[in-house]
Design a protein around this ligand. Structure first.
Ligand code: NAD
Length: 253
């Protein structure tokens, strides 16, 4: 185990309230592309088209959104948790992880066995949908079947209203309860570990800064440099899966 990874294992073993903060990079090893790496989603689609305003405000916006969703959802559904998700779930079982604050919408932390109440989803969850008019809930699997059967724009089966995944789109308000909870737990953390996030998407990226200012040790595990590297106590430029598998071995040793 290299020195930096050993140090991270020691930090996890000693911390009283370790908090993980994950981004799209923690799921690339599960086969879900991130947004900003070369070959990522934004090389193929224009993010400006996929805004909340376009979705709620125009039929063409919703049609475009579901065109993309029809391609991306099967990738999420087929993905399996990788070594990083599994290590975080195991660290929690061992009493070495308070919670995981995630920007991801793929449900992989929960599927790895981390209890739902320990996963704070800042950008929602792609496996569920809700009618914006009457609130009826549908699984994304159900809605995907409607798309496969020929719906271009899924409508609520109960009231005909607009059905939207419970993900936070560009330009949409952040979920207030999750933001409060994430901020509270970030400030209470004594170890804050970023895994696979470019740390350029705000307000989510304020969390590591909140933790650091409140006195936490800040560790960043990411393949590329991030704007917060200079403030971090430990930076590991490596894949999250291998690093977290080794960290788990170190904590167990
Ligand atoms: P990002 O795409 O901006 O950055 C991902 C970072 O992870 C990059 O800096 C990259 O170098 C790094 N990375 C890639 N593979 C890695 C690996 N194996 N190990 C370590 N680092 C790795 O992602 P972000 O910061 O999460 O912001 C993008 C937004 O897109 C998020 O808000 C999220 O909601 C959404 N998103 C989610 C998913 C998902 O749910 N899996 C996928 C794509 C985008």
């Amino acid at each position: 185990m290299n020195g930096a990874v050993l140090r991270l294992a020691e930090l996890f073993a000693r911390a009283r309230r370790p908090v993980a903060f994950t981004g799209a990079g923690v799921s690339t090893e599960s086969g879900i592309p991130d947004f900003r790496s070369p070959g990522g989603l934004w090389d193929r689609f224009d993010p400006r088209e996929f805004t909340y305003q376009n979705f709620v405000g125009s039929v063409s916006g919703r049609r475009k959104y579901w065109e993309l969703g029809r391609v991306t959802y099967p990738v999420i559904r087929a993905a399996r948790p990788n070594a990083a998700h599994l290590a975080l779930a195991e660290l929690h079982r061992l009493g070495r992880l308070d919670c995981c604050i995630t920007q991801n919408i793929d449900d992989l932390h929960q599927r790895a066995g981390l209890p739902g109440e320990r996963v704070i989803e800042l950008h929602g969850n792609a496996t569920r949908t809700r009618c914006l008019e009457c609130g009826a809930a549908y699984t994304r699997d159900e809605v995907h079947e409607w798309l496969q059967a020929g719906d271009e724009i899924p409508a609520c089966r109960r009231c005909g209203g607009v059905v939207k995944p419970t993900t936070v789109l560009f330009g949409e308000a952040m979920p207030a309860r999750e933001m409060q909870e994430a901020e509270r737990r970030s400030r209470a953390a004594d170890l804050f570990v970023v895994l696979g996030s470019s740390l350029v998407v705000y307000p989510a990226a304020y969390m590591p800064a909140h933790a650091k200012h409140a006195g936490a040790t800040l560790a960043i595990v990411n393949l590329e440099a991030t704007p917060l590297d200079a403030q971090a106590d430990l930076v590991i430029r490596d894949k999250a899966g291998a690093v977290m598998a080794a960290v788990l071995d170190g904590v167990r040793a």
